[in-house]
Design a protein around this ligand. Structure first.
Ligand code: GCB
Length: 589
């Protein structure tokens, strides 16, 4: 019989079904998130020990107590002798037998106390963990974070002494109360797929800065720890150097200014430096106006047609792990297409995406995974969604390239859903009054009208439509556009069909290159010049993995990419769309 240190009863830990209760709270949320832009952190990327744990043995047997004063005996895993992996990483690609693993995995490594002053704070920052992460430091449970694509920070100062063991348990069970829920069209990668770093900060420090244009004013919100009484804001290109009084760590600077505006043609970024106490945060921020008027999107007052393409964060070699090179390749392909806009589907992408788009002058739609069937009446799901949205907005609201927050994708119009999404809209507007909101809404399939009540809440109405693929009659699309009577921009937020690169079949054979070209030609002929349409954002740039796609042409991949999964092989549809955007670009002059 195994021995347990849980209780005198040697078998308790095998029978206790409440073993997780002690690891549900505290929640790590947007409230503890730290803006780490340009901060010099100590990278914790690289080798970590790991173990899969399909039975939650690590909780029952308290594996996390490794690193505490007493080392547990007779345990079924020992992080000091663990197999290793490289983080950021997704376990699906650690070994072939883990490809479809869904469950819990422990990650472990030791860290050093890097504090440069005794009362400094040590903040652990994790770029993303899909889906539920529990953090243990020095044998103690620190907190739990939900949501697979947004960053979180946690103060671990009180638990680090000399060299200290950190364990992070990540589990990605597909559950109906999560976002996304248990059913979605991409591969359910699990892991710690973005940067992990440790920050050594003065006890009193800057938590966040939010700079933007509001009418003729530049506005800078400063959020610091409570002990600071003022901050200094410097924007040299505006000759601006001002002191901001802080109350309870909060302050706002508002000054009339005429900054050189960021635009896709001139993506000018201002150096913005905020200093408070001995702490400094530096960012490069573009100032621009984004609004809607009637059925047009206006950038700096100019009607701008969104020539777009959707993109997933997926890679044959690295899964959800991305890199600046991968992001720049995405943007090179988008530019080659003649696009000015990308929809980042269907969850927050890496923080570098918007940063690089800022520099390159591309516009983005950033969204949270309120996708398909969501438990809209579950208060836990609602809290999770609000937190994911808050973490996304706080992370990216300084990025001029992000012009739309996407709230939801193809969710059915019911009262609980409308209440849930109205709350999310209110939250987005409170955290960021400067951006319009969008969503992929559902149209009425019988009347071919836009009847989704969500459209009343948002500013830019998206429709995903696949006439000529899932639905037959392309004329129905024209009918939807002709009947569209909302005084808001309408964007085709998805359209596309599966094409197997190199398939030379005839135009009436699904999956052939010729079929794809005809599909796109029909779509474009319907949309081109139609007054109702403010943007066209086909589905999508690259083929991506999806476990629910298993026919002969798919074999685990959604093949609607304009470019194949190698991110190199162009399909003919790429050129069809490029020709359309070239015509638009020519007319725009
Ligand atoms: C959609 C979904 C997207 C799917 C796509 C498809 O409407 O929003 O996530 O991948 O269709 O390929 O069917």
């Amino acid at each position: 019989m195994e021995k347990s240190d849980l209780a005198g009863n040697a078998v308790t830990f095998l029978h206790d079904e409440d073993y997780l209760n002690a690891f549900q709270t505290p929640h790590i949320t947007a409230d503890t998130w730290l803006n780490v832009t340009n901060r010099q952190g100590y990278a914790l990327n690289g080798d970590w020990g790991f173990a899969i744990d399909p039975f939650d043995t690590g909780f029952r047997q308290r594996w996390f107590e490794y690193g505490a004063d007493t080392v547990p005996r007779a345990h079924d895993w020992n992080p000091y002798q663990a197999e290793t992996c490289t983080l950021p990483g997704v376990w699906n690609l650690f070994a072939p037998e883990l490809f479809h693993f869904e469950g819990g995995v422990w990650f472990a490594r030791q860290i050093d106390d890097i504090r440069t002053a005794p009362d400094n704070r040590l903040i652990l920052h994790i770029g993303a963990a899909n889906y539920c992460a529990r953090v243990f430091v020095g044998g103690r449970f620190i907190g739990r974070h939900l949501g697979g694509s947004t960053p979180f920070s946690v103060d671990i100062s009180d638990h680090v002494q000399g060299r200290t063991m950190v364990l992070i348990h990540v589990e990605n069970h597909r559950q109906p109360d999560r976002l996304p829920s248990h059913h979605f069209d991409w591969l359910h990668y699990g892991g710690l797929h973005r940067d992990i770093a440790l920050y050594d900060l003065p006890a009193e420090h800057i938590r966040d800065v939010f700079a933007r244009l509001d009418g003729d004013d530049v506005v800078v919100d400063v959020d610091t720890t409570a002990g600071l009484s003022f901050a200094q804001v410097d924007i040299p290109a505006l000759n601006l150097s001002a002191e901001v009084p802080l109350t309870g760590g909060q302050g706002q600077l508002r000054v009339a200014a005429k900054p050189r505006l960021w635009s896709p043609d001139d993506p000018f970024l201002h150096d913005v430096t905020v200093t408070a106490g001995t702490d400094t945060l530096h960012d490069r921020i573009g100032f621009r106006h984004i609004e809607t008027s009637g059925n047009r999107v206006l950038i700096n007052g100019q009607p701008t047609f969104l020539k777009g393409v959707c993109v997933h964060e997926d890679d044959a070699e690295t899964g959800r792990v991305t890199s600046p090179e991968d992001i720049r390749r995405r943007f090179r392909h988008a530019r080659e297409l003649g696009a000015n806009f990308l929809r980042l589907a269907h969850y927050p992408h890496h923080t570098d995406v918007a940063r690089i788009a800022d520099e390159e002058g591309l516009m983005l739609w950033a969204e949270i995974p309120a996708y398909w069937s969501i438990r809209f009446d579950d208060p836990g799901t609602r809290a999770d969604a609000q937190n994911q949205l808050a973490e996304l907005v706080r992370r990216d609201r300084n990025r001029a390239s992000v012009i739309l927050w996407g709230l939801a994708n193809e969710t059915a119009d019911t009262p609980p859903r409308n209440a849930f999404l109205a709350d999310l809209a209110a939250l987005a507007r409170r955290l960021d009054p400067s951006r319009p909101l969008a969503a992929a809404c559902l149209f009425n399939q019988d009347t071919l009208t836009m009847q989704d009540r969500l459209a009343q809440v948002i500013d830019v109405v998206g429709i995903n439509q696949y006439f000529g693929w899932y639905d037959d009659n392309i004329n129905d699309l024209r009918r939807i556009l002709d009947q569209y009577d909302l005084n808001k921009p309408l964007v085709i937020s998805e359209t596309g069909c599966d094409v197997l690169a190199g398939d030379q079949g005839p135009a009436d054979a699904a999956n052939s290159e010729a079929f794809g070209v005809r599909y796109y030609q029909n779509q474009i002929a319907t949309v081109e010049g139609h007054d109702a349409v403010a943007g066209f954002v086909p589905w999508l740039l690259y083929d991506f993995r999806s476990a629910r796609r298993q026919n002969g042409a798919q074999r685990g991949w959604n093949r609607k990419g304009l470019i194949a999964d190698d991110k190199t092989t162009y399909k003919q549809v790429f050129h069809t769309l490029r020709d359309f955007y070239a015509r638009l670009n020519e007319t725009e002059g």
